[in-house]
Ligand binder design. Structure first.
Ligand code: PLP
Length: 359
């Protein structure tokens, strides 16, 4: 039996995708070998990676003005590749700080000794909201935002407006492809695949090709986006199996109504849990309502004792990974694209019953 997996990442994958992978694991579509064993330059594998790349841009509604890459090192490696590539010494890297992950991205700019400007921050209220105003510095190299804050549970509900000459760069690790966005407003979108579009090991980077001209000279080969863009993510061995998994998840997204379909089921799933929180004095949401995430739902119970009991009883009832991130405590339900509707319903019902018994 499959568990209800509320992990923040690596996270649940669609059961159909797992079965498809299982069916083809030992002998991929009659080729006599596994994707795990294939040369990344073989015809069969080229079809897998090219298919995933094309499908990704198609789902996002982007033209060949953009290049999609699958890299390694996680979103965390992008935190320093971005300033190295796109912030020249006379320019200023601009960031909106919405907590944990954006703070980590900012830290890398400081380590590199680049000029940094915090265009807005929600630190004054412990990152419980998304800033609605921001002020860019002069000579901005780019503006970086984190569209969904996995740990705090806030999400951008708009695509921010920036002046035409300032590239907009977004870490979309935890809400990528969860809803339609105006992707063409962004000059670069990146994230770890393991939250919403695949398994760990691959990092997606979707870059506007015009950004390639802005790359700082003299970078080491592997950290220069030109290397990966010009070689189709094949300069070195890419994370072949993870890219295959992404390709299968993308097919599943297409087969389930694309981004409009994802948004609909994600809103419905999140509503089951938010409705319980809103209708209760027992559970408390931790962020402002208008900015709360459709992907990661943190909540508190009246005492830490009850939170412990809640975690242990949910686990005993086949609902796993509901513990909040260690930096903020409490509980957190991650309800990504692939989480079945049934899992959200089961959790919502359990929450209501648990309240009745423990109030
Ligand atoms: C998980 C996460 C990261 C880190 O991703 P890695 O692939 O583990 O490096 C970065 N940003 C956000 C928003 C995340 O949720």
């Amino acid at each position: 039996m499959r568990v209800h997996n509320f992990s923040a990442g690596p996270a649940v994958l669609p059961e159909e995708v797992l079965k498809e992978i299982q069916e083809n694991l030992v002998d991929y579509k009659g080729n006599g070998l596994s994707v795990l064993e294939m040369s990344h330059r073989s015809k069969e594998y080229m079809e897998i990676i090219e298919g995933a790349r094309a499908r990704l841009l198609k789902i996002m509604g982007l033209s060949d003005e953009y290049v999609a890459m699958f890299l390694q090192g996680g979103a965390s490696t992008q935190f320093y590749m971005i300033p190295l590539n796109f912030c020249a010494d006379d320019k200023v890297a601009n960031y909106i700080d919405t907590g944990a992950w954006s703070s980590k991205a900012i830290k890398e700019v400081k380590i590199l000794g680049k000029k940094l400007h915090i265009a807005a921050t929600s630190e004054d209220k412990e990152f419980t909201y998304i800033p609605k105003e921001w002020e860019l510095s002069d000579n901005a190299a780019y503006l970086h935002i984190t569209t969904n804050n996995t740990i705090r549970g806030t999400e951008w509900m708009i695509d921010p407006d920036v002046p035409a000459d300032v590239p907009l760069i977004a870490d979309m690790s935890s809400n990528f492809l969860s809803k339609p966005l105006n992707f063409s407003k962004y000059d670069m979108i990146y994230g770890g695949a393991q939250k919403n579009i695949g398994s760990a090991g691959a990092t997606f980077v979707v870059l506007k090709k015009s950004m390639l001209e802005k790359i700082n000279p003299g970078l080491s080969t592997m950290i220069d986006y030109n290397t990966h863009a010009s070689k189709g993510s094949m300069f070195n061995t890419p994370p072949t199996f993870s890219i295959y998994v992404i390709g299968e998840v993308l097919k599943w997204i297409e087969g389930n109504g694309g981004l409009v379909g994802m948004q609909k089921i994600n809103e419905e799933k999140a509503a089951y849990i938010y409705d319980v929180i809103d209708g209760s004095n027992f559970y408390k949401g931790t962020v402002v309502k208008e900015d709360r995430s459709f992907m990661n739902i943190p909540f508190r119970l009246p005492t830490e004792e009850l939170e412990k009991k809640f975690i242990s009883e949910t686990t005993a009832n086949n609902m796993i990974n509901l513990k909040g991130h260690r930096s903020v405590g409490g509980c957190r339900a991650s309800v990504y694209n692939s989480l079945p509707m049934e899992s959200a319903k089961v959790l919502a019902k359990f929450m209501i019953d648990f309240e009745k018994v423990n109030k």
